[in-house]
Design a protein around this ligand. Structure first.
Ligand code: 5AD
Ligand code: SF4
Length: 461
């Protein structure tokens, strides 16, 4: 890193993050690697010497959204130029990976294009531009894993530093017909266990009580450990044994095919696992599941759910659904509705299928008409919403462990997080922030719960 950069006074860094939690995490790590160059976060792009647009390729018209946002950033850059200030514009994330060259061709004012595997090289790229000018594009899948090269100083991301995400796995080898991830994030790689433990220890030492382990296919995790590898339940045991102050553990996102019995058993045996699992199924029709290359049937999914419920009767399930995958008929869609009725979800995400260039499904015949997709999505979402309301209502009268995350909006009110990730509001004392307390749930809302501190038993830890 050149001398003049490392000694530079504070420079403004503004990162715009779209998409999944993995991107939120990556944005935090980009800020980490840029800190030694003098960059510190600013709230407004107008005050930033460097603006990073961290993009997501999952949603519809992703590239178009990127170009329109870049148009806005270009104006900011020009306004700053009139004041004699330079602004670096970088595009990161999955759209950068998928459309790097196209991006520079259509938006030549972009200085830097970097794929999700190259964030650790960001300081070097910035230095190169400072020296030679021009644009830099870096979307390789390097031989070394970025996990080995990023600093391990990640800061907790939200809710008063009590909860944090921690990436343990990246990439995916599943190649679902509709999905860009195997192309933009590359092959599945796992982070070595020692490095995960080190980061988890630091997070917990800084006050974190709840960690969500992240990965595109997180339950396929197999990180190096003791000359061999450790699986996700083994990693969870290590976290529980070695870091007693870590109270809660979650993981996202899982694939049904990697939901092995040892992991299911861990939901019963490891007390830090929350009784909550996000397990995307996408469709309830065997024909569509096959076309999607999911590698399991609807009944196999039902069977996994029933083993999970046997192991942990209070487990709540969430999922992802796609309606209108090429070839999906009314009958196939009805099979999805039936699966939802059978399983009963606590909440779920559902999407209309949208074509991703370069993925197998995009080229398939029998694309489903837009108005049909819309109708199916509305019906599915109505059913899922009913189930979410029913789940929240079923908690009324129960006493839940709530991690108190901060002050509520009303005076005297506290906010917390239930085992099922619902925000909970109740009256309490600010000294309880950071503790896990018992709350009797009294009011169900669609996206949150109201309750009262459970007497005598205020503090659970
Ligand atoms: N169209 C619609 N939804 C998609 N997803 C991924 N790719 C597509 C696509 N091409 C959804 C899946 C996945 C979630 C993260 O996004 O349901 O689980
Ligand atoms: Fe994409 Fe998930 Fe399928 Fe991997 S398992 S290809 S990330 S949808």
């Amino acid at each position: 890193m050149p001398e003049q950069l490392s000694n530079s006074p504070s420079r403004g860094l503004h990162i715009i993050t779209w998409g999944c939690q993995m991107n939120v995490y990556d944005s935090a790590r980009m800020a980490d690697v840029l800190r030694p160059l003098g960059y510190s976060p600013v709230d407004l792009p107008d005050n930033a010497d460097m603006i990073i647009l961290n993009t997501c390729h999952i949603r519809e018209r992703a590239a178009e959204k990127v170009f329109s946002e870049l148009g806005r950033l270009r104006q900011i850059r020009e306004a700053r130029k009139l004041e004699g200030k330079e602004t670096l514009i970088a595009v990161a994330g999955c759209v950068a990976q998928a459309e790097g060259k196209e991006l520079l061709a259509r938006a030549p004012y972009v200085d830097l294009v970097l794929g999700p595997q190259t964030y650790h090289r960001l300081p070097e790229m910035v230095a190169r531009i400072a020296r030679a000018g021009g644009s830099v594009i870096d979307t390789d899948f390097p031989v070394e894993s970025k996990f080995d090269l990023l600093p391990e100083e990640a800061a907790p991301q939200n809710e008063g530093n009590l909860t944090a995400f921690l990436t343990i796995q990246e990439g995916c080898d599943k190649f679902c017909s509709f999905c860009v991830v195997p192309y933009t994030r590359g092959a599945e790689t796992s982070r070595p266990v020692a490095s995960i433990l080190a980061e988890a220890e630091r997070l917990v030492a800084s006050g974190v009580k709840e960690i969500t382990l992240l990965g595109q296919n997180v339950n396929a995790f197999h990180g190096d450990w003791n000359g061999g590898t450790a699986s996700l339940p083994e990693l969870a045991s290590l976290l529980h044994e070695k870091i007693p102050a870590l109270k809660r553990l979650r993981y996202i996102t899982s694939h049904p095919r990697d939901m092995e019995q040892a992991l299911i058993d861990a939901h019963r045996d490891n007390p830090i696992f929350m009784p909550y699992l996000h397990l995307p199924v996408q469709s309830g029709s065997d024909k569509v599941l096959k076309a999607m290359n999911r590698g399991h049937t609807a009944d196999e999914y039902r069977e996994i759910i029933s083993r999970l419920r046997q192991a942990r009767p209070d487990i709540a399930l969430t999922s992802d659904f796609i309606v209108g995958h090429p070839g999906e008929t009314d009958e196939d869609f009805e099979a999805t509705m039936q699966l939802v009725r059978d399983v009963r979800f606590a909440s779920a995400y559902s999407f209309k299928y949208s074509q991703r260039p370069g993925t197998p499904a995009a080229g398939q015949p029998f694309q489903v008409a837009e108005d049909v997709k819309e109708k199916r999505l509305a019906a599915l979402q109505a059913l899922l919403r009913e189930q979410q309301d029913a789940f929240n209502a079923s908690l009324v009268g129960t006493v839940q462990d709530v991690l108190v995350t901060g002050l509520g909006r009303k005076p005297g009110q506290l906010n917390g997080r239930s085992p099922y990730l619902q925000p909970v509001h109740f009256e309490g004392d600010p000294s309880q922030i950071g503790q896990i307390v018992k709350v009797r749930i009294t009011a169900p809302f669609t996206n949150s719960l109201g309750g009262h501190l459970h007497e005598q038993e205020g503090t659970a830890i």
